[in-house]
Design a binder for this molecule. Structure first.
Ligand code: HEM
Length: 150
């Protein structure tokens, strides 16, 4: 017996039901693909990528701005809230965030929101997966203590 005739091209239009089954052209569309959710990443200035930050950390420069590890009270923390002198605490550890500002993939403005205060909640709600203790180890200023304990 001869083989069955090949299905005509017309029956291979997208979505056309035919005996061609899986040979049919997959359905297609000219609609643009959905855009991924906006994540607020900013374009970093040249020389300010993650590798540049890693190199700066290794360079031996003092990125803490202090000579010893400090006991930091809430009122001390509050005094360091300008771009050139910004501290922030994350889970009890206080970091000098000034040197990291131009390297922050979310932008300086976002990072400055936590200058002079506890940034733990904002940090956890934006990117809990980022290892802050590793990223900012060279920027450690000290540890939070209560107001009366210094
Ligand atoms: C000093 C502590 C911080 C470090 C070390 C840090 C580090 C990072 C890193 C590595 C990324 C890229 C994440 C990725 O690609 O998955 C990022 C992105 C971002 N960060 Fe931060 N960040 C800090 C604090 C903050 C704070 C306090 C905020 C909010 C006020 C914030 C907001 C953002 C946003 C909006 C993005 C871009 C969106 C995203 O990738 O999810 N960051 N940050």
């Amino acid at each position: 017996m001869p083989p069955p005739p090949l299905p005509s091209l017309a029956s291979r239009r997208p979505g056309a039901s035919s005996s061609a089954g899986s040979l049919a052209v997959p359905p297609s569309t000219t609609r643009p693909p959905p855009q991924p959710a906006k994540r607020g990443k900013v374009a970093l200035a040249p020389g300010h990528g993650p590798l540049d930050w890693a190199n700066l950390k290794k360079s031996g420069q003092n990125l803490r701005g202090v000579d010893t590890v400090l006991r930091v009270t809430p009122s001390m923390l509050k005094r360091h809230k300008t771009r050139d002198d910004a501290w922030s605490s994350f889970n009890g550890k206080v970091y000098n965030i000034t040197p990291y500002l131009p390297y922050h993939p979310g932008g300086e403005k976002e990072l400055m929101r936590v200058a002079g205060r506890d940034g733990s909640k904002l940090f956890a709600s934006t990117h809990a997966w980022v290892n802050i203790d590793y990223m900012l180890d060279e920027c450690l200023v000290g540890f939070m203590v209560s107001e009366s304990s210094t």
